[in-house]
Design a protein around this ligand. Structure first.
Ligand code: HSE
Length: 309
């Protein structure tokens, strides 16, 4: 078995509008590219190969380091590793950057150790890493980053996840405006409690969205891609949110909302050409507010992490 492995971990759209903290989907691009190597001495070394992101190199402060330490504790090993991040989903962009790092180190290390744990058994360790960045436990990025596809988390204690096979024609659009929004800050924008009406509305939308995804019912998906818990409170943190969303819907998106904790905004469609048009319209609206953007049009990534060489 080789002592080094290079892996690709997909970015993710968390919440998917109506599934706050419990629903997420992996997308084909962008993603993290990470090399993990076994070392001859115990301990974790994180190489700072992407200085533009100023990632912590102390393993105890780095999502990839914390998840790897949790993994090593689980398998009771003192194997040493070096982590080299070559490409990175933009941190603070709302596309699951910290989850991708947290998943990368445990997925790669587990392979190098001969796969003592099944992929699903890596979730708790990856979640510990994710928690360093977001200051909260939520599996809606880590779950799909590790398992691929669309992942619904029905319970945290014990951790229970359900994989939903995406409809064949589903196409995801994500537009990332060049600004940073920390997940922890974005969570601070949420109210401490909600009304019964908000709770029932969100429950109905989530149930309808999941049914729509399972049955490839695009009408139902369209009707239920509505977030009443986070979007109304967070959208003020994203300049031009209302205009970008209107542009997406006017150009044929089934729905549009904040990707994870933002500032990226996602839209779903069932047609590739419509998705490209939607992405361009969203970019134009952000541009009117002076924000540069990166746009992605992608299928749901059904397989999750992959070994590159
Ligand atoms: N569900 C989390 C949130 C996702 O919205 O805060 C963060 O990426």
């Amino acid at each position: 078995m080789s002592d080094s492995i290079k892996v690709y971990i997909p970015a993710t759209i968390a919440n998917v509008a109506s599934g706050f903290d419990v629903l997420g989907m992996a997308i084909d691009e962008p993603g993290d590219v990470v090399v993990v190597r076994k070392t001859t001495t115990p301990g974790i070394v994180i190489k700072n190969t992407l200085p533009q992101y100023n990632l912590p190199t102390n393993p105890a402060e780095n999502t990839a380091g914390v998840s790897l330490m949790a993994y090593l504790k689980t398998i009771e090993s003192d194997q040493g590793f070096e982590i080299d991040i070559l490409e990175k989903v933009n941190p603070g962009g709302g596309m699951g950057s910290s989850a991708a790092s947290a998943v990368a180190s445990v997925f790669a290390a587990n392979k190098l150790m001969g796969s003592p744990l099944a992929d699903e058994e890596l979730l708790p360790a990856a979640l510990e890493g994710e928690q360093v960045a977001s200051k909260a436990i939520h599996n809606d990025n880590v779950g799909p980053a590790l398992l691929g596809g669309i992942v619904l988390t029905t319970s945290y204690v014990p951790l229970r996840v359900i994989k939903i096979t995406p409809p064949d024609d589903l196409v995801c659009v994500v537009v990332y405006p060049h600004m940073k929004l920390n997940t922890a800050d974005s969570r601070q924008a949420l109210p401490p409690s909600y009304t019964m009406h908000q709770a029932t509305e969100q429950s109905a939308n989530l149930a309808g969205l999941v049914a729509g995804l399972i049955n490839s019912d695009y009408e139902l998906i369209r009707d239920c891609l509505v977030d009443v818990l986070a979007e109304p409170y967070r959208k003020k943190l994203i300049p031009g949110f209302d205009e970008v969303k209107s542009a997406a819907l006017e150009n044929g998106a089934l729905g549009c909302s904040i990707s994870g904790a933002g500032p990226s905004i996602f839209a779903l469609t069932n047609d590739y050409d419509v998705a490209v048009r939607v992405m361009e319209a969203m970019k134009v609206e952000f541009g009117k507010g002076g924000l540069d953007t990166d746009g992605y049009v992608s299928k749901v990534n059904a397989d999750g992490p992959r070994v590159l060489d």
